[in-house]
Design a protein around this ligand. Sequence first.
Ligand SMILES: NC(=O)c1ccc[n+]([C@@H]2O[C@H](COP(=O)([O-])OP(=O)(O)OC[C@H]3O[C@@H](n4cnc5c(N)ncnc54)[C@H](OP(=O)(O)O)[C@@H]3O)[C@@H](O)[C@H]2O)c1
Ligand SMILES: [Zn+2]
Length: 341
Amino acid sequence: MKNTYSAMAVVSPGRLELVERAIPTPASQQVLIRVEACGVCHSDGGTIEAGFPGLELPRVPGHEVVGRIEAVGTDVTRWSIGQRVGVGFIGGYDGSCPSCLRGDFVNCENPVISGVTSDGGYAELMLAESHGIVSVPEDLTATDAAPLLCAGLTTFNALRNSGARGGDLVAILGVGGLGHLGIQFARKMGFETVAIGRGQDKESLAKDLGAHHYINSDAGSPAEALQSLGGATVILATAPSGKSIGKLVPGLAPRGKMIVVAVPGEPIPIQGYDLVFGTRSIEGMLTGKIIDGADTLKFSVLQDVRPMVETFPLKDAATAYAKMMRGDVRFRAVLIANQTE
Ligand SMILES: NC(=O)c1ccc[n+]([C@@H]2O[C@H](COP(=O)([O-])OP(=O)(O)OC[C@H]3O[C@@H](n4cnc5c(N)ncnc54)[C@H](OP(=O)(O)O)[C@@H]3O)[C@@H](O)[C@H]2O)c1
Ligand SMILES: [Zn+2]
């Protein structure tokens, strides 16, 4: 067995390179994971284009990771070699900051963020914090489970905590990695589900995924189209476009809520009138805790939610990333590091 492993590292802004590294020994609270699959998330752009504040290069991106434990640190008691596990965006927490003490690891002041503060899953091997991993059920293949750990977790958790009730009109803006899972979760949670995409070509796929209605945002006002359906109780915004999010606020029903999970590079323009008259609200939401990841996997098995994926060998990470950024992937690119299935 070789004593090195391959990884795709960001060596300078915009440049992913195949590197060979010495196999590390996990620290006392860490595990070493042999990666099987890692999803390519739009947020990986923050690492690849070096936009995340404080990011240090070289850095291996990737926060939708599934694999098997190959080695455990000396103080790890909960996990053992051979177990099938996953890692999401928040790969651990500091444990000492005020948020952590309140159990709010998402708002930790010093979180371990996979692929940002520590090397992620664009690799054959990855070190992870033992308290930041989740068991992956055998019912899910690695390629199906990986996207559920960020794209899935983020949309599942946002929708289940949104306050919408069965039968309410819930719209998903953007039919991409997050959006195509959001549509499935919304449908399986019992909401009247609307998919909003650019152009007509995604309509039949969105309906296959469970959308009751499809709105082409290029054809007329999508807010008016939502109002003609009765107004949305919740809009989950996954399209990284400030303008398209702002334009949709008048599509909310009175007291409706816009939940923004996309991170547009530009401001989100909102008319005060639309917000105030109708008592609407807008909130941002960051992924979820690892326990929410476990719930996402469980719900997906229970309700038969699966991502639509295109797989790429690890060495083609740059091609997969570019295709995702062009909006050409249907709907999640997944890198295969060690072929096992
Ligand atoms: N909050 C969190 O914790 C969290 C977690 C993961 C990701 N994110 C963020 O969520 C966003 C989506 O990530 P992703 O991985 O799903 O990206 P993705 O796969 O690239 O999907 C984004 C989708 O948005 C669509 N879109 C872009 N502009 C649009 C517009 N004006 N109107 C309608 N649709 C539009 C694109 O469709 P077309 O180009 O095909 O029209 C594309 O399908 C990113 O900003 C990412 O950073 C946040
Ligand atoms: Zn992500």
